[in-house]
Design a binder for this molecule. Structure first.
Ligand code: BDR
Ligand code: CA
Length: 313
């Protein structure tokens, strides 16, 4: 039985690859819908990009909902410096024609979780946690109905990418992240500690392009674009492919290794707002609330990704 998921996303080239991987893996994953949130770029672009990606995958049947256009508190911070003006710079993709659903993403989340059997639906947030936290605030009774939240966000050993202390998704909406991490729902986290090991090297990028399909070419163009910024910043041999770690985990969890630890969200620190304080060494005495990943089999990950993307034409 494929695992039923809702992907909450702010595409984003790496979000796009995560979504394509899920859509290419129907034996393991059933995508109930995509919920867009403001993050890498404003909501008007993230919901549009989500539709472009589904059309690229030939999946006009996927329902896409627009959600929150700003964090619970404070101003929206975006990342055009990483993702480009559109959020999906790199490939040339046609304007989407598939519709956006009328319902708000938060209403979709709440209704779907209320209607599904308890413990059936997994949430996969790839952006700021505003939609998920808003749903939990409006309908707290959905929390025990969620099977698991598998999210990209945070960092411990890698510390931060948008500030010296904070990772982008958590930094954009720390109040939302605090609600999610305090919810008691089983959580698996793909932090920068893992995603900075998922580097798109030149041969891995070439493998996408060599697929010779529209999806392969588009993914190669996306990761090429992403590459410029991250290579300059980190001087590494390729750009980290963050969000696909989430969907890859659902397909092949054995590629990842981590620890079940306590993770608290810093919401007040003058220099550390948005930091994920992960008790990796078990020194706090606080109860574990998340499985925080620390390592992955990068070759296995890229092998899986290339193989699955090759199944989309
Ligand atoms: C995260 O922030 C976004 O820029 C990426 O899409 C990813 O979800 C990495 O910090
Ligand atoms: Ca993202």
């Amino acid at each position: 039985m494929p695992r039923k998921i809702i992907i909450d996303t702010d595409p984003g080239q790496d979000d796009a690859v995560a979504i394509l991987l899920a859509l290419a893996s129907p034996d393991e994953i059933e995508v109930l819908g995509l919920t867009a949130v403001a993050g890498n770029v404003p909501l008007a672009l993230t919901q549009k990009n989500a539709r472009m990606i589904c059309e690229l995958a030939g999946r006009r049947d996927i329902r896409i909902f627009a959600g929150c256009d700003r964090p619970l508190a404070g101003q929206l911070v975006t990342a055009e410096h990483v993702h480009g003006r559109t959020g999906l710079d790199g490939p040339t993709l046609p304007e989407p024609t598939m519709p956006l659903q009328e319902a708000h993403a938060v209403a979709f989340l709440i209704e779907t979780l209320r209607a599904a059997p308890e413990g059936e639906v997994t949430l996969c947030p790839l952006g700021p946690l505003t939609n998920i936290a808003t749903a939990l605030r409006e309908a707290p009774e959905i929390a025990p109905r969620i099977r698991e939240i598998v999210l990209m966000g945070g960092a411990y050993f890698e510390v931060g990418n948008i500030t010296p202390a904070a990772e982008f998704n958590i930094f954009v909406d720390p109040e939302a992240a605090a609600i999610v991490f305090g919810s008691g729902i089983p959580i698996t986290v793909m932090p920068l500690d893992v995603t900075h090991k998922a580097l798109v090297t030149a041969p891995r990028n070439a493998a996408f392009r060599t697929l010779g399909t529209p999806v392969g070419r588009a993914v190669a163009a996306m990761t090429d674009f992403f590459e410029r910024y991250d290579r300059e910043k980190y001087g590494s041999e390729g750009a980290p492919l963050h969000d696909p770690c989430v969907t890859a985990y659902l397909i092949r969890p054995e590629l990842f290794r981590g620890r079940h630890v306590n993770v608290e969200i810093e919401t007040e620190g003058r220099f550390t707002r948005g930091m994920t304080v992960a008790d990796w060494w078990g020194v706090s005495g606080r109860a574990p609330n998340a499985t925080f990943m620390g390592d992955l089999d990068a070759d296995g990950f890229f092998g899986l990704l290339t193989d699955r993307l090759g199944r989309l034409t």
